[in-house]
Design a binder for this molecule. Structure first.
Ligand code: 4AD
Ligand code: MG
Length: 431
């Protein structure tokens, strides 16, 4: 007989039938004549009951010694039972203990610090396993959308010799005696590839050396970066809103069970549909000033300003056309408002912060050189990057999605680390 998944038992089609299940002991309560066991596999949890009279005597004895997280196979009959979680109970006829667990350190009422130290075990919790399954769907949906739209997935180096974003702090690596960095964005190695493939993306980690101890910052985060030829600012914003909407819809379609277990209302995600509202940076500064924030034109939009702009919103907001002094040298000059670039940041609802940073890219080599001179940087360091604009320079745009931030908003998590299997923050690289 084959093994049945717990989720399928709860689906009801096995009522009155005998099934074989395999998994871990989620909860156990042993009495003299009966053992109540909640069994967990990757698909869910189900109540099982082992009656002394119904199984072999030695097996009953063996089962009564089990601690949580022991590994078992059971065979039994599925009965509808309204008192059981999920509405079904399995009445066990046979049980085999494959591995006796030691005393599991994770019990109720543990501190966040303790759970993070025991991440390798905590990830078995219902909460974390549901979050990780939503994470999988976000990765899958992002790739599916981009493939459907004709993009090629590619790779870029994580070891780099130039900075990606000025101002960002980088992790230095001793590379055989030479100082290099862990990449903070793959953009600069992605752009040359669009001259070969026109539409490209990469899903990879980026590394941030800044000491930000906030709910929104990881030192290693997953970055979905997209570059597209023949694409201007308008086209770029459209691409971003379509991608985010597609991911939200896919998560509702394919992870409704997990969303329900996590207490997330799918209507929140279904509200995310193109077009997203847009606001110029100029207007955003006005709105923040009117709300009483001390902010001047030319300053970046940080946490407090983001909160003001998004606290009453249920959907995403684009802020476009930022001043040149707070954005990067590779962005396209905006002739309609020459102090600004043709760029955008996409803000998540209710203060979850910046999910995307994007721009049309400057395709004139001379302008990039001019931008670098203006900020006191040496164009020679970027020779290869500028070089791609010398041979059939094409209008193009791109953006980078902070995938972990997107998931944090999606599931209304308290901290960005809650959506990562093994998070890396300023204060944690263990386990
Ligand atoms: O705005 P950023 O710094 O943009 C870039 O690096 C561009 N070169 C991307 C591109 O155009 N290809 O980062 C992009 C996004 C942010 O909007 C944010 O969501 C996320 O990456 N991000 C972080 N996520 C978690 N922890 C951090 N420390 C992050 N820093 C950026
Ligand atoms: Mg940014």
């Amino acid at each position: 007989m084959e093994f049945t998944r717990v989720r399928d038992v709860l689906g009801g089609e096995f009522e009155g039938k005998t099934v074989r299940l395999r998994g871990w002991i989620h909860r156990i309560r042993a009495q003299s004549k009966m053992i109540f066991v909640t069994l967990r596999d990757s698909s869910g949890i189900v109540q099982t009951v082992i009656k002394k009279a119904a199984v072999d005597e030695d097996k009953f004895k063996a089962a009564s010694k089990m601690l949580v997280e022991s590994l078992v196979t059971v065979e039994g009959e599925v009965k509808a039972d309204s008192r059981a979680i999920g509405g079904y109970e399995v009445q066990v006829k046979d049980i085999n203990v494959l591995h006796y667990a030691e005393d599991f350190p994770i019990t109720k009422d543990q501190s966040i610090e303790f759970l993070n130290d025991n991440r390798h075990l905590w990830m078995r919790s219902r909460k974390m396993s549901n979050v990780l399954k939503v994470r999988d769907e976000v990765f899958r949906a992002a790739r599916a959308y981009l493939r459907e739209e004709g993009f090629y997935e590619t790779t870029c180096p994580m070891f780099v010799s130039t900075m990606g974003e000025e101002g960002a702090e980088l992790f230095e690596v001793d590379y055989f005696g030479k100082k290099i960095y862990l990449t903070q964005t793959s953009q600069m190695h992605l752009e040359p590839q669009l001259f070969a493939m026109e539409k490209v993306f990469i899903l990879a980690p980026s590394f941030m050396g800044e000491k930000s101890r906030t709910r929104k910052h990881l030192t290693e985060f997953w970055h979905l970066e997209v570059e597209e030829a023949w694409c201007d600012h308008e086209c770029n914003l459209k691409r971003q809103e379509e991608l985010i909407s597609y991911i939200c819809k896919s998560v509702v379609e394919n992870r409704s069970y997990e969303l329900a277990e996590l207490g997330v209302n799918p209507e929140r995600l279904l509200k995310i549909k193109p077009p997203f509202e847009r606001m110029t940076y100029d207007k955003a500064i006005e709105v923040c000033q009117d709300a009483g924030l001390k902010i001047k034109w030319g300053e970046d939009i940080r946490t407090e300003a983001e909160d003001i702009l998004t606290r009453d919103r249920d959907t995403f907001l684009f802020i476009e056309y930022y001043p040149k002094e707070i954005k990067s040298f590779y962005m396209k000059h905006n002739p309609e408002n020459p102090r600004t670039y043709r760029n955008d940041d996409l803000l998540a609802p209710h203060g979850y912060g910046e999910i995307i940073g994007g721009s049309q890219r400057e395709d004139e080599a001379d302008r990039i050189i001019e931008n670098l001179h203006r900020i006191g940087d040496d164009p020679e360091k970027y020779r290869w990057y500028i070089d791609i604009r010398r041979y059939g320079s094409v209008e193009h745009s791109g953006f980078g999605v902070g995938v972990d931030r997107l998931i944090t908003w999606m599931l209304e998590l308290e901290h960005i680390r809650d959506c990562v299997p093994f998070p890396r923050t300023v204060s944690r690289v263990y386990p």
